[in-house]
Write a protein of this length. Structure first.
Length: 243
């Protein structure tokens, strides 16, 4: 058994994604730091920005992921402060020029009330004129639910284990989209274990999120896009500015 399964599966399913990195680098270069990376996981974006000289605060609700991020930052002598916490009730005592919510972090906060709490919390942590950039994804991306094709499996080898995670179903649940992943782990001795893991993403349009931002005091800036790839759907990135 691998110590830290949560962190390992996060790396399997998220670490190889890099299509959005140019956008986060551009925004960080424009707004400066410290950058607040919400839902940072094991540091896919935080470590990339820190390696480019930006001070980063990485926030995630999973302490296991945060511990691994902290270890990786220390090993590489990178300016990352790793914090375990909930963005909906955040009190870091710090102010930031940029906050980012990559991938589908904003769609895992419990619907509109959770997003409103997140927006209010982030607004308290931004400099005047600071930005929050929030990626939203539609797994169907204009394709009817019955025709949506899952991407190829993600595969990682870790300490003699071979782990793979394959998206096997994408289901419209009305106010959310459920994504089922078939996870397989093969031990160094060849023993196979498997499970199905499901996440449900809240359904929210960029326009709705912009309206929610206006309601808590943000100014709306032009949205950005992250293109789709063979293995990942694209994202619309809502950009809100603190007054």
């Amino acid at each position: 058994m691998i110590a830290g399964w949560s962190a390992v599966w996060h790396d399997v399913e998220c670490a190889s994604y890099g299509t959005d990195l140019p956008l986060w680098r551009e925004l960080a270069a424009d707004r400066g730091g410290p950058v607040l990376d919400v839902g940072c996981g094991t540091g896919r974006v935080a470590l990339d920005l820190a390696a480019r000289g930006h001070e980063v605060v990485g926030l995630d609700a999973d302490p296991e992921l945060i511990q691994l991020l902290g270890n990786r930052a220390r090993e590489r002598s990178l300016p990352v402060r790793a914090v375990a916490g909930d963005v909906r009730s955040l009190d870091l005592g710090s102010s930031h020029g940029l906050a980012i919510l990559p991938m589908q972090v904003a769609q895992l906060l419990g619907g509109e009330p959770g997003r409103a709490a997140m927006l209010r919390s982030i607004l308290r942590h931004l400099h005047p004129g600071g930005l929050v950039a929030i990626a939203l994804a539609d797994p169907f991306d204009g394709v009817p639910a019955g025709e949506a094709l899952p991407p190829l499996p993600d595969i990682v080898e870790e300490d003699g284990w071979v782990l793979s995670s394959t998206p096997v179903a994408v289901r419209d649940e009305g106010d959310g989209v459920a994504i089922d992943r078939h996870r397989q782990a093969v031990s160094p001795e060849g023993e196979l274990t498997e499970e199905v893991a499901t996440i449900v993403l809240d359904t929210v349009s960029p326009g709705s999120l912009e309206a929610e931002g206006l309601a808590v005091g943000f100014h709306v800036q032009s949205a950005r896009t992250v293109p789709h790839t063979r293995d990942y759907v694209g994202s619309t990135v809502v950009v809100l500015e603190a007054p």
